[in-house]
Structure formats: structure tokens, C-alpha cells
Design a protein around this ligand. Structure first.
Ligand code: PAF
Length: 279
């Protein structure tokens, strides 16, 4: 098995990508601790081009001081082996000072799809994501960049960012990868203790129930309230939001209009899970 090379600086990344430009390049931005959801992004990228670069960078600016930046799993060697099996071409794993040199003073900040939902609970988050994604897209200048629908609001933020900054890249959305009980794959699932993992597995059923209630005529506001109560009954410690939104703008809906999206964030112990589904 040939392991993909690792570039740690933007200059090395650009040098490594340069011979592949004529065939097209895909970038899969990640924070590592790779699971099958990430590998589905690589597989979707491989359908478009043989040259797939995967960035692995636990981005400090998208974590608040009280969040899990220090404990976030860092598994570069295991990730590299998984990427070798997935036939990825290159890993970009920069040190923090490469992405945030001394005196760093630039932030990319969005309104639009970044307003509300995650921002109500993690106000720092999308500025950090938008800044690092813009830097990665400028550094790699890929033809395609792959993002999971698991982070649905993030996907819309990235699409807006690319449009607003005229970045010449096609953003490809890849459906949520799920465990057999429906739990969306996430690197943070590794934090769940066995009893918490059982509770986490109930999220999928509650979401489906909210959607089927709306299909049978329950109003949006009532269905959201039902979902929040059902998650508490299922063992979640707290619910940040259960929200039915316009799928393209994330504008709140009071009456169901398609295309809509159900988005949920809830906590079990110290772990915060997010998920979403088309309505
Ligand atoms: O979704 C993620 O893993 C991260 O938010 C991303 C897009 C790699 C930016 O750090």
C-alpha cells in the first residue's frame, strides 16, 4: 500500500498539485479522525477526477475556548492509511502557524445562511469555518471541493462564500453517511460512552417522526416542539434546536413549504450532536 504524500506548507501543496491541474483536482477539507463519511467524500471526488487532495487540519478558530479543540481526536497515521486505501493522492496537513502566521488579522465573516441555528449557540463557529475554507480553497485552487450534508448549514455557508468571493470552484454536496441505527457519522461520536451511544441512536427515529407528523398535517411549530420534547424523553440532556427551515436560505418557516429541511442540535453529556434531513 502506497501512503499518500503529506504536504505541510502551502508552497509544498501547490508544488504537488501543479502537475495534476490539467486533469482537474478535488479537495476534501476535513479535520481528520476520518470515518466512512469522510471516505464517501473521497469516493465522490474520485468520480470526478483521479487527483484528490484531503486537508487534515483541526482549525483552532472554529472552536470557542470552552470547546473541545484540545481533545479533538488527532489520528494522522490512521487517517493516512485509510486515505491510501481510498486512493487519495495527497494529504495537506499544515501546522497552525502555516494557516495562522504571527500577526494574522483577517477574518471572513458571513451573514445570510450563517445567521441563527449554529450561530445562536456557537457564535464564533462560522467565522472560523469561512476563514479556513477560504484559505484552503485559495491555497489549493481545486476544481471541486467536497462537503458533507451532515453539516448542512456549513454547506450553505460555503456555497455563499464561494459565490460572494467569486472563487472558481464547484462545491459538491455529499449525502449524510449513517451508522446502521441511523446515527449520522461524526468524529465526535467517539466521545460517546456506551449508554450515551444508545441515546444518540434514537435521534434518527425522532427526526423521522417529526417529518412524518408534518406529512400527516401537524403544523411546523407544533412538530418542532414535539421533536424537542421527544429528544428529552429519549434521554438527551438538552436540545439546542429542532428547526424546520427553507432548505435553500434557512429562513424560518411557520407553514411547511418545500424544499424544507429539518435541522437538529442536541446534547448528551459533554457531546453535542447535529443532524438534518430533507422534509
Ligand atoms: O466540517 C469540517 O470538518 C470543518 O468544519 C472544515 C470544513 C474542514 C473546516 O475546518
Amino acid at each position: 500500500m502506497t501512503l499518500p504524500a503529506i504536504a505541510t506548507t502551502v508552497a509544498e501543496l501547490r508544488r504537488a498539485l501543479s502537475p495534476w491541474r490539467k486533469d482537474g483536482i478535488a479537495l476534501v477539507p476535513t479535520m481528520g479522525a476520518l470515518h466512512d463519511g469522510h471516505l464517501a467524500l473521497v469516493a465522490a471526488a474520485k468520480e470526478r477526477t483521479p487527483h484528490v487532495a484531503v486537508s487534515i487540519f483541526v482549525n483552532p478558530t472554529q472552536f470557542a475556548p470552552h470547546e473541545d479543540f484540545n481533545s479533538y481526536p488527532r489520528t494522522l497515521e490512521a487517517d493516512r492509511e485509510k486515505l491510501a486505501r481510498a486512493n487519495a493522492s495527497l494529504i495537506f496537513a499544515p501546522f497552525a502557524r502555516e494557516m495562522y502566521p504571527d500577526g494574522f488579522a483577517t477574518t471572513v465573516s458571513l451573514k445570510g445562511p450563517a445567521m441563527g441555528l449554529e450561530t445562536d449557540f456557537r457564535p464564533h463557529f462560522f467565522d472560523g469555518v469561512a476563514t479556513i475554507v477560504a484559505k484552503l480553497l485559495i491555497a489549493a485552487a481545486p476544481d471541486y471541493a467536497m462537503f458533507g450534508e451532515k453539516d448542512y448549514q456549513q454547506l450553505l455557508v460555503v456555497r455563499r462564500l464561494v459565490q460572494d468571493l467569486n472563487l472558481p470552484v464547484e462545491i459538491i454536496a455529499v449525502p449524510v453517511a449513517r451508522e446502521s441505527d441511523g446515527l449520522a457519522m461524526s468524529s465526535r461520536n467517539a466521545y460517546l460512552a456506551p449508554a450515551e451511544r444508545v441515546v444518540a441512536g434514537r435521534l434518527n427515529g425522532v427526526m423521522k417522526d417529526v417529518i412524518s407528523r408534518m406529512a400527516r398535517g401537524t403544523g411546523v411549530v407544533e412538530a418542532q416542539a414535539f421533536g424537542a420534547a421527544a429528544l428529552k424523553d429519549a434521554g438527551f440532556d438538552s436540545v439546542d434546536y429542532v428547526a424546520v427551515r427553507d432548505a435553500q436560505t434557512l429562513a424560518p418557516l411557520t407553514v411547511l413549504q418545500e424544499p424544507a429541511r429539518l435541522l437538529v442540535a442536541a446534547r448528551i453529556g459533554k457531546t453535542r450532536l447535529i443532524d438534518n434531513m430533507a422534509v
